[in-house]
Design a protein. Sequence first.
Lengths: 439, 83
Amino acid sequence: MRELASVWFLTWEIGSTGNGSEAYNLDANGEFVEQDVTQIQWSTDQLSSQLRRRGQLFVFDVRAREEFERFPLEGPGVTAINFPYFEMLESGCQDDMVDSVVACVERNFAEQLPKSSPVLAICAKGGTSEFVAQGLVRLGYEARTLQGGMQAWGNHYDTRTIVDSPGLSIFQISRPARGCLSYMIVSDGEAVVVDPLRHLHPYLELVRARALKISAVIDTHSHADHISGGRALAQETGSYYHLHPYDAIHPMDMVPASFSYEPLRNGKVLNFGKQGLLVLHTPGHTLGLVALLLDDQYLFSGDSIFIRSIARPDLGGQAEAWAPLHTQSLRKLLDLPERTTVLPGHFSTLEEADGEGAFRATLGELKRSNESLARLQRSMDAEFVQYLMESLPKLIPEYVEIKRVNTGLVLPAEDDAATLELGKNVCGLAQAVAHGETG
Amino acid sequence: MSTAFDKVFDARGMNCPMPLVNARKEIGKLDLGQVLKVMATDRGSVADFQGWVKVAKNVELVAQETETTDGRNVYVHYVKRTA
């Protein structure tokens, strides 16, 4: 405990402008003076670093209960308590928000929120949590507030280096709150971007910093869980958007895409710099899903193989027809050399990251550690298809609409796009995810 | 069909938690049975007012509406003081 606490205090130092250790100040009359809020704010970068360190983190989430249930803050070491701020106003019975927090926390949370542990207050956009953190500080807690709230965390991006050598660099760009992964592959000043996410700044920053030219933007498939940044990035950088033709049709509406694209097909090689990306058609999660093999060494698996799970075959509404295809595609991928590094399209929990915060594993490791892949190796096709059909998680209603957006059939306003994407992806199988969380 | 109200509280431009914190104070100034019309631009206020009336003992949410003016949404909450 002592060690954890000291790690935490070091953490607070990052970006703090002054005297962060003092819990509160009194003025000349002995009245409380609320702290300058910039001194108790945590940026999403600081939250991301904290989650990577896997230290203990108490979260006091004051959003409405439904919002908390749909999109909780998750990560190693996180213990979250949800108590909506409006319930705090009633429970505290004070007109002032900070006074209510003080009264309510003293009455209801003295035991659940030990003063020996620091507390991060969070809300939807970072406004209410400032009042909550002020109240907690007044009670003697080491409290902070998440700047921009869960909205900012949902839109937070991290960039990790997978490899950075003169002939080849690979960057993994993630949205940790959503479990979405994308890649920028660079050779000789030319870059290919795989599965770019909705906000373009992480890619454009790399392009600027390294003076790159993007030669191709690829979506491994038409995504259901998030809005692709693919077409926008291709347009912004004057490059071409690549997609398999089977995924340029909405699978439920049976309406073709409104945009033009470069068609991907099995066996095609996309050359850039001194490298070539080999396209492998791996239908199952979608009909047009492709995996990309680089240098016989790196496999960008899209939504087929994940670290602890595999993709679900039902998001196109055709699970019975697609599950056998999925099985065949997975077998094809398992035939690649065991030393191949798998770079997936999603993760389920931050615990899947390696020591450097990257989400990757060799195919050999996954054949042993990934429960679904282990099952595939010991099952006949029919048996595995049955397992897939029995492991389908709940369908997310928004996913049908997100696919419409990605097929260019609908153009949502920013507010609506953010609402559609809220929460963590559910692109993997249910049982495999559950197994991952407990194992 | 428009909802009847006795007083308007304009919370447009206010960020969470202020629309609810201040509306709660305004309700206290109403007579029993009177209705406060709260206008807010914070989208989160919709779920928050729904959650709040479930725990507050002196109010009832009569209606909620979304009005769009100049491409901007205004979320309107009609809250009645019941005790």
